[in-house]
Design a protein around this ligand. Structure first.
Ligand code: ACO
Length: 427
């Protein structure tokens, strides 16, 4: 039993229950704080605020721990598959062989998109960013699939979730094909989830596409590493959009919009661009100096994290994946050497040590995705594809919670106080 937390607010002292999760920091339940004191709490960026309770993902940023339903990310990345992790996140437990086969069969049966959706793509400019297309195409899906939008029905919620997980690779591959002027490829359901995506992206109708098992495994692992990450900005966006009862496809489009930003999912693209710009190890000190200069807005992309104040455990697996892909494909990209040396220099620099800035998952993901053949503009689209699993799992968890309410933060108002309207000719 934990003692209540006591707040001393002038004139009104209050006591609030302290809640304990299964692991992690305790949480002060301040839901009655406003009613008791007439005050709001102030926490821009939610650095100290838990917005929900969740049984999906646990992060200990200080120790560099990431668990999905209790399983460490390193073990999942090494031993499971993206489909298994998707099942785990949605259904709380790892699947049996039969359950996994059935789940994969179900996902495979939803891989095609409505034929009408292809016409949406043709409305975009050929040079549109794939994330702009993903945002539009996934949002447009809310105008199809009316048989899975009664969010009060768990069965319909699950069908919408399966559809989103299954169709995201098709949509991401279509966004890529459109940008390079090649025809769209229909899914091939004899292939794995990841193999099918590789074929839809890099195959052409004129030739048979052979999926390289090393690349397939590496990409599947990259998807696992991006599957979920607790209440990050895009997941919170999906939850907030969904809290009003909105259409699930529209909620995921909102998540894609948030993920696009360079401080979030756009960081892998920005990190690779930065590594390419640095070009040679000799130029690293110049960029380290810029990152430390308060008057320079430059930041070392792929470094630092709101939650991890230690090595991001996903970065460790990602670095290993780069080595495997480079070996299998016999790639020697100097950008990887720049990344390794930059990491070493930064990790020994007082500025980065004091601020606990370590490489995050994005630091190496761009290097490996580029080696596989993805253009930088596709990186965040791949992230969105994988994170869809986390988004739909979190959305389902929220909707099925009987205590769920519409999300409605408060504010500290700093605008003008009430004043009278002045007619146009008097201003
Ligand atoms: N390079 C240089 N300095 C940095 C960096 C960086 N990459 N990241 C943080 N800092 C410094 C800040 O300038 C700040 O210094 P100050 O205390 O002297 O003002 C301090 O470290 C704390 O930084 P904040 O921005 O306050 O930390 P926050 O938790 O809000 O930001 C973030 C985290 C946005 C990820 C930040 O580290 C960053 O911009 N990193 C680069 C972008 C990036 O890699 N994003 C990917 C995140 S992972 C993901 O989305 C999958």
């Amino acid at each position: 039993m934990t003692d209540n937390a006591k707040f001393q607010v002038p004139g009104k002292d209050g006591e609030y229950p302290v809640l304990e999760g299964s692991v992690g920091p305790k949480v002060v339940d301040i839901r009655k704080f406003y009613a008791d004191t007439g005050m709001f709490t102030y926490d821009p960026g939610f650095t100290s605020t838990a917005s929900c309770d969740s049984g999906l993902t646990y992060i200990d940023g200080g120790e560099g721990v990431l668990l999905h339903r209790g399983y460490p990310i390193g073990q999942l990345a090494e031993q499971s598959s993206f489909m298994e992790v998707a099942y785990l996140l949605l259904n709380k437990e790892l699947p049996s062989k039969d359950e996994l086969d059935k789940f994969m069969w179900t996902i495979t049966r939803h891989t095609m998109v409505h034929e009408q959706l292809a016409t949406f793509f043709r409305g975009f400019r050929r040079d549109a960013h794939p994330m702009a297309i993903m945002c539009g195409a996934v949002g447009a899906m809310s105008a199809f699939y009316h048989d899975s939008t009664d969010i009060t029905d768990p069965q319909q919620r699950m069908i919408a979730s399966h559809r989103l997980i299954a169709k995201m690779p098709t949509i991401a591959a279509m966004a890529y094909k459109y940008s390079i002027g090649q025809p769209f490829l229909y899914p091939d359901n004899d292939l794995s989830y990841t193999g099918n995506f590789l074929r839809m992206t890099f195959g052409v109708p004129a030739e048979k596409y052979e999926v390289d098992p090393v690349i397939e495994k590496a990409l599947d692992r990259i998807f696992i590493l991006h599957a979920d990450h607790e209440q990050n900005a895009s997941t919170s966006t999906v939850r907030l959009a969904g809290s009003s009862g909105a259409n699930p496809f529209a909620c995921i489009a909102a998540g894609i919009a948030c993920l696009w930003g360079p401080a979030h999912g756009g960081a892998n693209e920005a990190a690779l661009n930065m590594l390419r710009e640095i070009g040679t190890p000799e130029r690293i000190p110049e960029y380290i100096a810029r990152a430390k200069n308060k008057d320079d807005p430059f930041r070392l992309m792929g470094f630092g994290h709101r939650v991890y104040k230690n090595y991001d455990p996903r970065a460790t697996v990602m670095q290993q994946t780069v080595r495997e892909v480079f070996k299998a494909m016999d790639v020697k990209d100097p950008v990887f050497d720049v990344a390794l040396q930059l990491e070493e220099i930064a990790l020994n620099d007082d500025y980065f040590v004091e601020k606990k800035l370590f490489p995050n998952v994005d630091f190496y993901s761009g290097v490996v995705l580029s080696a596989i053949g993805f253009p930088t503009a596709m990186f965040t689209a791949l992230f969105a594809l994988a994170r869809t699993v986390g988004w739909v799992a979190q959305w389902n968890e929220m909707i099925s919670d009987p205590a769920q309410k519409i999300g409605r933060p408060r504010q500290l108002y700093t605008g003008p106080t009430q004043r009278d309207y002045v007619a146009l000719d008097k201003r």
